[in-house]
Design a protein. Structure first.
Length: 227
C-alpha cells in the first residue's frame, strides 16, 4: 500500500537525450565488433586463397576487407561524436546543478540578512563599548596601583628568583670518583703475609770446623781395633 503513494521521479528531456545517446553508443560499439570480425575473416580468406593459388578471389577478399575498414573508420567517428555529446550534456548538467546551488545559497543569505537590522547591530556595538568602558572604570577605581619603589622591589625579586632557577638548572658536580678511574689507578700489590717468617740460624766457620773434628774423633773411637 505504501508504494502507491511513492512519487515517481520526473523524466526530463535531458534524461531522454542521455538515454538515447547511450543506446546509440552501445549499438555503435556492437557494430564495431562486427566489422572487426568481418575484417579478420576477409584477411584470413585472402591468405588461404593465396595458398591455393586463387589470386583473383584473394584480391577480391582484400577489397572487401578494405571496404569494411573504411566503414569502421566512419563508425569510429560517429562513436566519438556520441561520446563528446554525452560529455557535453553531463558537463552542462553539473554546471546547472552548481548554478542552482549558488542561487539557493544567495537566496538563503538574503533571507538571513533581511532578518538583521543595521540599527540594531549599531546599537548592540555601542552598548558593548559602553559596558566595557564602565567595567574598565570600575577596575581602575578598585585596583591598587604599585608605587615606583614597589615596582623596583618586584623587579629585584624577579631577578633573584630567575638567578636561583638558573643555578638549580646547572649540572651537579660529581662527588664520587667513577669506578672506572678507581680500577685504572688500583696497584697490583702482593698479598700481606699472615705468618712470621723463620730466619735460618747462621753457624760460624770456627764452630763448623770444631764440630767436624769432634765427629771425626768419635768415629775413630767407635771403630774396633784390628787383632
Amino acid at each position: 500500500m505504501g508504494n502507491l503513494f511513492v512519487k515517481k521521479p520526473k523524466v526530463t528531456e535531458v534524461d531522454k537525450a542521455i538515454l538515447s545517446l547511450k543506446t546509440q553508443r552501445r549499438k555503435l560499439a556492437d557494430y564495431q565488433r562486427q566489422l572487426d570480425a568481418v575484417i579478420e575473416a576477409e584477411k584470413k580468406a585472402a591468405r588461404d586463397l593465396l595458398r591455393e593459388k586463387k589470386k583473383d578471389r584473394a584480391l577480391l577478399a582484400l577489397k572487401k576487407k578494405k571496404v569494411q575498414e573504411e566503414l569502421l573508420k566512419q563508425v569510429d567517428a560517429w562513436l566519438i561524436n556520441v561520446e563528446q555529446q554525452l560529455a557535453d550534456i553531463e558537463l552542462a548538467s553539473k554546471q546547472k546543478a552548481v548554478f542552482e546551488s549558488l542561487k539557493a545559497g544567495n537566496k538563503a543569505m538574503k533571507a538571513i540578512q533581511s532578518e538583521i537590522n543595521l540599527d540594531d547591530i549599531q546599537k548592540l556595538m555601542d552598548d558593548t563599548a559602553e559596558a566595557k568602558a564602565y567595567q574598565d572604570e570600575i577596575n581602575a577605581i578598585l585596583g591598587e596601583k604599585l608605587s615606583a619603589e614597589d615596582e623596583e622591589e618586584v623587579l629585584a625579586e624577579f631577578e633573584n628568583l630567575e638567578t636561583e632557577i638558573n643555578l638549580q638548572d646547572l649540572p651537579k658536580v660529581p662527588t664520587m670518583v667513577p669506578s672506572s678511574v678507581v680500577d685504572e689507578e688500583k696497584l697490583d700489590l702482593p698479598d700481606v703475609p699472615t705468618k712470621v717468617p723463620v730466619t735460618p740460624e747462621v753457624v760460624p766457620a770456627d764452630a763448623q770446623d770444631a764440630s767436624a773434628g769432634v765427629s771425626a774423633r768419635k768415629k775413630v773411637v767407635e771403630e774396633p781395633l784390628l787383632a
